[in-house]
Design a protein around this ligand. Structure first.
Ligand code: GLU
Length: 429
């Protein structure tokens, strides 16, 4: 049975690259009906806080990446925190001593390398050969075993069959192979997945880059399904130009040899677009529910549930993420909105907006039914009577009614505002 693990070192952040590593492990476990293990590599005591752990756990749960063994769920190979596996590491140090491959120097324990090149038969990159030339430390002079050692001991004792991790670890793998072999352990298969690069430029995405942390997306009201779908596409492709796919299909199609060995560029626009597609698929009630936590802190509340539903229905057609909703719907939920100076400048650059608003105000009493269809027809005949296009009226009206020059579906917005409010706002403007 396939046993894979996600082995984060909690740092207080959940980086998008880590999340993608977790996802690829999870996908592979699901694809093979294997076991997905969460192992916490918390040997760095300074960073190892309860909060750091919670950031990870919350992020994984939010993305729907449930684990079969690990913290909170337990399992037969625990404990799943390296900080709780010291006895096991001591036992393995003893075993290594017995092979005659350990020696002490200045208080640290060194592992004597074999001198043979190590073949990493990588499932993504193909065969890579590396020679470990120098003996390396396995236990520091302070008595702490190093990352390479505990990582390998855990992979051995947890019966890990596939090590799927970031390409930044490729340079460690020859050391790891030396250790696996010294223990006479079965070698896992390796799959080193490419790095995620910034959207522009050659650099690796760091935690300071916009959009680098999972926490950011939860706060900005992205949908976890959309982010998860997007992360699948970072370094892997379901083929046939397909992008948006249900997770069951992605699981079915996913396989390690299909991972692209080239580094993947993070694409904010593509993610936002995909998120928008997921947003539009939400049932309206779910969308309303998802919007409320974004609206309430901005004082945007509405006691008329039916009206709020209609307003948010308009927003749902337009937004790429929930974070865009409050601004867009504010003029429908409150009279307290500002006229955006850039929008104003844009609108006033063309034609005569004040005259168009006056034309419309004069025409207003003739509009019998204040709904989207009648408003559209009204604007058309008004424009025709003035030898103008409806577009000459649209932007000035939108500016006066919402403070923006672009936004929600206009006639429906106007209908929702209602004749009285429309008239008042236009007169005030
Ligand atoms: N703790 C290591 C990391 O976060 C794990 C590396 C591995 O997956 O083997 O990079």
């Amino acid at each position: 049975m396939v046993r894979v693990r996600f082995a984060p070192s909690p740092t207080g952040f959940f980086h998008i690259g880590s999340a993608r590593t977790a996802l690829f492990n999870w996908l592979y476990a699901k694809h093979t009906s294997g076991c997905f293990i969460l192992r916490i590599e918390d040997t760095d005591e300074a960073r190892n806080t309860q909060e750091s752990l919670e950031v990870l756990i919350k992020g994984l749960r939010w993305l729907g990446l449930d684990w079969d063994e690990g913290p909170e769920v337990g399992g037969p190979y625990g404990p799943y925190f390296q900080s709780q596996r010291e006895a096991l590491y001591e036992e393995f140090i003893e075993r290594l001593k017995q092979t005659g491959r350990l020696y002490e120097q200045e208080g640290a324990l060194y592992f004597k390398v074999s001198g043979k090149p190590q073949l990493i038969d990588d499932l993504v990159r193909g065969p890579v050969e590396r020679l470990e030339e120098k003996d390396f430390v396995v236990v520091r002079s302070n008595g702490k075993p190093v990352f390479h050692f505990v990582n390998v001991v855990d992979d051995i004792t947890m019966n890990i069959t596939h090590v799927i991790r970031g390409e930044d670890h490729l340079s460690n793998t020859s050391k790891h192979l030396e250790l696996f072999k010294a223990f006479g352990a079965t070698l896992p298969r390796f799959a080193h997945i490419p790095l995620i690069l910034k959207s522009t430029g050659p650099g690796k995405m760091s935690k300071r880059d916009e959009g680098a942390l999972i926490e950011e997306y939860t706060q900005r009201g992205f949908l976890p399904e959309a982010l998860r779908n997007y992360l699948c596409l970072l370094g892997w492709s379901p083929g046939q130009d397909r992008e948006k796919l249900p997770i069951e299909t992605l699981i079915q199609l996913f396989d390690l040899p299909d991972i692209n060995p080239n580094n993947a560029h993070f694409d904010h626009k593509k993610l936002a677009h995909l998120n928008g597609e997921y947003v539009r698929e939400l049932p309206l009630d779910a969308f309303v529910k998802a919007c409320k936590p974004a609206l309430e802190p901005q004082g945007l509340v509405c006691s008329d549930a039916a009206y709020l539903r209609e307003v948010l229905g308009l927003a749902q057609e337009k937004v790429r993420a929930i974070e865009e909703v409050p601004h867009l719907v504010r003029p429908l939920l409150s009279d307290d909105f500002i006229i955006n100076p850039e929008s104003r400048e844009l609108v006033f650059k063309k034609g005569d907006p004040k005259a168009r608003i006056q034309d419309f105000l004069a025409y207003l009493p003739q509009i019998q039914t204040f709904d989207a269809t009648h408003l559209e027809a009204a604007l058309q005949s008004l424009a025709q009577s003035k030898n103008l296009e409806p577009s000459h009226f649209l932007q000035p009206l939108r500016l006066a009614l919402t403070g923006m020059h672009m936004g929600l579906s206009f006639y429906r917005l106007m209908a929702l505002l209602g004749q009285q409010k429309v008239q008042k706002r236009l007169e005030k403007f």
